[in-house]
Design a protein around this ligand. Structure first.
Ligand code: TMP
Length: 207
């Protein structure tokens, strides 16, 4: 069936504040489905618990990449595709670019290799627009430590070097996909970041 909706993803290093902004963006747009990865539906939330469990320190990087891809597949089939077919604006907190930056680049599995396993999962369904919230990892980590309500997961426990690599990975993706990916400086105040995010989305949707 043809998809009439628009698929928009949000990306960035940990602590960029994207979840806060997406929740606000969702209130400003019509016909929205707000969701997240890994998770968004029961099976994928179960996989999320396995991936992010702080006890699972023995997890091999390829296992991690495959689990993210598996969660992605289920979420896409159960939630994203049906919503796009209904003409919804699907806002997704993280998607395949997270796997490319975190597993492909920061973990060193290779971006092309990680894209290949993800192609099996997503079958060419890429977002029309990806908003990338850019933040210095030092500031991102500081925000996470201040946000006491937020879960601290296995990836948050990685060292600062890892988070620098994640950011470098995203910058490579920005160069590779200049039409799809738009960078926003996420170090500023919520109001400003929200305004800029809405402007970019509305431009793309011709609202
Ligand atoms: P969240 O904190 O934004 O919900 O994301 C959970 C963690 O999972 C975060 O540290 C980023 C990481 N992640 C990956 O490493 N690869 C992926 O493909 C996705 C979707 C998330």
């Amino acid at each position: 069936m043809k998809e009439n909706g628009i698929f928009i993803t949000f990306e960035g290093p940990d602590g960029a504040g994207k979840t806060t902004i997406i929740n606000l963006v969702a209130k400003e747009l019509p016909n929205v489905l707000l969701t997240r990865e890994p998770g968004g539906i029961e099976i994928a939330e179960q996989i999320r618990r396995v991936i992010l469990d702080k006890e699972n320190t023995a997890m091999d990087p390829r296992t991690e990449a495959l689990l993210y891809a598996a969660a992605r597949r289920q979420h896409l089939i159960e939630k994203v595709k049906p919503a796009l077919q209904e003409g919804k604006v699907v806002l997704c907190d993280r998607f395949v670019d997270s796997s490319l930056a975190y597993q492909g680049y920061a973990r060193g599995l290779g971006m092309d290799e990680v894209y290949t396993i993800n192609q099996f999962a997503i079958e060419e369904l890429m977002p029309e627009l990806t908003i990338y919230f850019d933040i210095e990892p030092e500031l991102g980590m500081e925000r996470i430590n201040q946000n006491k309500g937020r879960e601290v997961n296995r990836l948050d426990l990685e060292d600062l070097d890892f988070h620098h690599k994640v950011r470098e990975g995203y910058h490579i993706l920005l160069d590779r996909f200049p039409n799809r990916m738009i960078r926003i400086d996420a170090s500023g105040k919520v109001d400003r970041v929200l305004k800029e995010t809405l402007r970019i989305i509305k431009d793309r949707m011709s609202l």
